[in-house]
Write a protein of this length. Sequence first.
Length: 139
Amino acid sequence: MRVVVFVKATTDSEAGIMPGSELLVAMGKYNEELVDAGIMLGGDGLKASSQAKRIAFDGASRMVIDGPFAETKELVSGYWIWEVRDMDHAVEWVKRCPNPMPGRSEIEIRPVFEMSDFAEIMTPEAEEVHGRVRDKLEE
């Protein structure tokens, strides 16, 4: 099962305060363990929302909203994409993570939809186009 693991933003991360070198080394070692275990498929830290944009959709209309965004507790400051046995396996690995922020922080784990989740509504046309996308990503 694939999951996306979100490191939630804090007031410090939104202020652009960079981690210390000790945390940078600890997270690098943790990421190395994830890769060596065959779990980590990708991931990165994200800059503060002051450098971000959102696009709001309403039918055919699109509106660009410049950051920063107000609700720090709802923002993400980093992510991993993992392949794990199940949610319990992901939880085990998150518990091993160094605290990604000075002070209190949270990490959220969200399962990724698999094509099998759409089996009841999958048409041949949809299956074909998603197959092409998957093939191109694997190249």
